[in-house]
Write a protein that binds this ligand. Structure first.
Ligand SMILES: [Zn+2]
Length: 289
């Protein structure tokens, strides 16, 4: 199954609440996923809006995810407590709205070695995971792959944390992987390698962030529209279709929903190419399986 949506409230949506954004995602864009952004400071969502999000998403088959505030450092010395609090508040809100994943950026090396950083992140991710389990939350904790050398979160590192803290999921930001690898994702075999590495985790679903990205020396500079970046989307889609991976593609490009709809069109083109048909619906893969 392929789900497609964008990170946050669509740019073209007049109402600026998450509730407005969700309804617009379904009714106007005809997409079936959305990642709610609590990224700048801690946004407070009242229970009424959270309940609306949950019921609307369930009734209309829209999958929700939540992105916690950007600045979280599970490897910091003094920042861990506050970081865990921020992640927990996001997780509790995510649970209220019935979201599948709460996404965090794990942290920074600072002066520590990569191995020391890994150990700290494993320890504190476990602590966060234990708190979530204690509160019986169903939402899953997701650690995102990061696009800068000084930030913890290469694909290999994220996989190691997920292996050591059972239940924690990788969030595959392919723009970040591409930037960190200084433009490493070009051909289908490059995308295949990403999924091959992830196979040790035996996942039944992949949450994937998609954006074009400007990078230099293995460091992400900023996000670009998908078509302006040098990472092709076709080979990613072919990889997903060839292996029948269950994915949610979330556009994090500056064009948000425009690129989400672009992704959908590319998926539908790829389906038509395989079925020789003149029509396709990204939600229906039955003819190519
Ligand atoms: Zn992120």
């Amino acid at each position: 199954m392929i789900r497609i949506g964008q990170a946050g409230i669509p740019l073209s949506c007049k109402g600026r609440t998450n509730k407005d954004g969700l309804v617009y995602t379904k009714e106007i864009l005809d997409l079936n996923a959305m990642e709610v952004q609590f990224v700048r400071g801690l946004y407070v969502m009242d229970d009424e809006e959270a309940l609306f999000m949950k019921e609307y998403a369930q009734e209309n088959d829209v999958e929700l995810h939540v992105h916690a505030p950007y600045y979280i450092n599970l490897a910091g010395d003094d920042e861990v407590k506050l970081s865990i609090e921020k992640a927990m508040s996001s997780a509790i809100l995510a649970e209220k709205m019935g979201a599948k994943t709460v996404v965090i950026h794990p942290g920074y090396y600072g002066e520590k070695s990569p191995l020391e950083t890994l150990k700290l992140i494993v320890k504190n991710t476990q602590a966060l995971q234990d708190m979530m389990l204690e509160k019986s939350l169903n939402v899953r904790l997701g650690l995102e792959t990061m696009g800068k050398q000084k930030v913890f979160g290469s694909l290999d590192e994220i996989i190691k944390v997920c292996e050591q803290v059972p239940g924690v999921l990788p969030v595959i930001d392919i723009g970040h992987i591409h930037a960190r690898g200084n433009g490493c994702l070009k051909k289908q075999e490059d995308f295949e390698e990403v999924f091959d590495k992830l196979s040790v985790l035996d996942l039944d679903h992949y949450l994937i962030h998609v954006t074009g990205v400007l990078y230099e020396d293995g460091n992400e500079q900023y996000h670009l529209p998908v078509k302006k970046g040098d990472m092709p989307i076709g080979p990613l889609i072919d990889t997903v279709l060839d292996h029948d991976y269950n994915v949610s593609l979330i556009s994090e490009s500056p064009l948000l929903e425009h690129d989400a709809v672009y992704l959908r069109l590319q998926v539908e083109k790829a389906i038509m190419k395989r079925t020789d048909g003149e029509e396709a619906d990204y939600r229906d893969l039955s003819e190519i399986q």
